[in-house]
Design a protein around this ligand. Structure first.
Ligand code: AMP
Ligand code: MG
Length: 397
């Protein structure tokens, strides 16, 4: 049942728990190397063979049999990519980094400790079996788990997959997200404003943030403040997306059509209002087809709070990861007041582990907030947090 009583607002952790309980993780699909970066592994990546496959040299130098005393006659040159013949007893081969250790040899002498004369190589250094040799399987063994299910496939992870000779991996399907902006006062950037209008900015905030978190943005559309337009836009969006995010129109004013529209579409309420400041008026529900619907408030910095504390976690849960937001501990540079019943979430500048505020009263002003790179989380409490207090902050992309 919906209610507007302030005491009904729920802690954000509880809101995240309700979202996580309501969603079904997305199916897996096979993805080629070129498209893998930024995806989430749906299955472990298993090494198909030992790596390296052949013992090879870690240095440019000479390869010898450590049991045979030098000087050694230089009988061959082994470059990276060569498939060398066995080394005859008492001989050496010049070898490049990555060159295969030939049969009959087991140690590399770095070129820096060698001297060459009359086609022979000598060294004053101790020659130990295995020196500067990268053994078979030193990196990974056939059957080893190289990346676990749920891993974010960073460019380095994708390189590791390529290095195993694999051309694809099993990934979680990208969440499909539809973004609706409600408000008759909104006009697209680039359009001159007449009195009363403002430029629409929430859709780019939501789209860019969720794209960074691996989502496919399927629709971005503006919705007029009428019951019919709101209902139609949500019906279309729900049919096509895993997550529908709207901004604005979620409060209790005469032009706020989001909640009634969603209820008329059979969307089941998960919660209404979260215990944050700003960002309190959020309506969240689950559509009959399982689509998660989140109605965020229109104020851009309220929208930001729900985006990072609810939607990014929802995306994480949909892709099989833990739904907690990713936070970093950071030190407050100036004191800040807590709120007794609401988590304050304030854009700040995070630099060298220190959180600086944007200036008195600036936290609700979008242009100034554009300089922020973290959302500082001021825990619920009755006092003032002193300068130097360590709190959590969500990095903003
Ligand atoms: P609402 O939640 O619809 O009452 O909107 C709250 C405030 O946020 C109003 O001042 C709106 O003009 C503003 N707002 C709503 N949607 C957007 C948007 N997409 N971009 C920028 N500002 C918005
Ligand atoms: Mg509005």
């Amino acid at each position: 049942m919906t209610t507007d009583l302030p005491h009904e607002r729920i802690p954000v952790a509880e809101a995240r728990a309700r979202i996580t309980a309501a969603i079904r993780p997305l199916a897996a699909e096979t993805v080629g190397l070129a498209e893998l970066a930024g995806r989430i592994a749906a299955a472990p990546v298993i090494a198909p063979h030992d790596l390296p496959t052949h013992a090879n040299s870690a240095m440019d130098g000479f390869v010898v049999d450590a049991a045979t005393p030098g000087p050694w006659r230089i009988a061959a040159q082994i470059l990276a990519g060569d498939d060398p013949a066995a080394l005859a007893p008492g001989t050496a081969a010049g070898i490049a980094t990555g060159g295969v250790i030939p049969d009959g040899a087991d140690a590399v002498l770095p070129v820096e400790v060698c001297s060459e004369q009359d086609g022979h190589v000598a060294t004053t250094a101790a020659v130990e079996s295995g020196a500067y040799v990268r053994p078979v399987g030193a990196d990974t063994r056939r059957g080893d788990v190289v990346l676990t299910a749920g891993a974010l496939l960073t460019p380095l992870a994708v390189a590791a997959i390529a290095g195993l000779g694999l051309t694809e991996a099993t990934c979680v399907r990208r969440p499909r997200v539809a973004i609706l902006s409600t408000g008759d006062e909104l006009v697209p950037p680039g359009t001159p404003l007449r009195r009363g209008q403002i430029h629409e900015s929430n859709s780019v905030l939501v789209a860019a943030t969720l794209a960074q978190h691996g989502c496919e943005i399927t629709t971005i559309c503006s919705v007029a403040d009428t019951a019919e337009a709101t209902r139609d836009a949500f019906a279309k969006a729900i049919a096509d997306a895993d997550i529908v995010v709207s901004s604005g129109g979620v409060s209790v004013g005469p032009r706020d059509h989001v909640k009634p529209a969603l209820i008329s579409l059979g969307v089941t309420e998960l919660f209404w209002r979260i215990a944050t400041q700003p960002g309190q008026p959020v309506w969240c529900g689950s559509a009959p087809d399982g689509t998660l619907v989140v109605g965020l408030p229109g104020n851009p910095l309220s929208c930001l709070v729900g985006l990072h504390l609810l939607l990014v976690p929802a995306v994480r849960a949909l892709t099989g990861r833990t739904p907690e937001p990713i936070t970093t501990p950071a030190v407050l540079v100036a004191p800040i007041a807590q709120l007794p019943a609401r988590l304050r979430a304030i854009p700040m500048v995070l630099h060298d582990g220190r959180l600086e505020q944007l200036g008195a009263g600036a936290s609700h002003q979008l242009s100034r907030a554009g300089r922020a790179n973290a959302l500082a989380l001021i825990p619920i409490g009755t006092g003032e947090l002193a300068a130097g207090t360590v709190i959590d902050a969500v990095p903003l992309g």
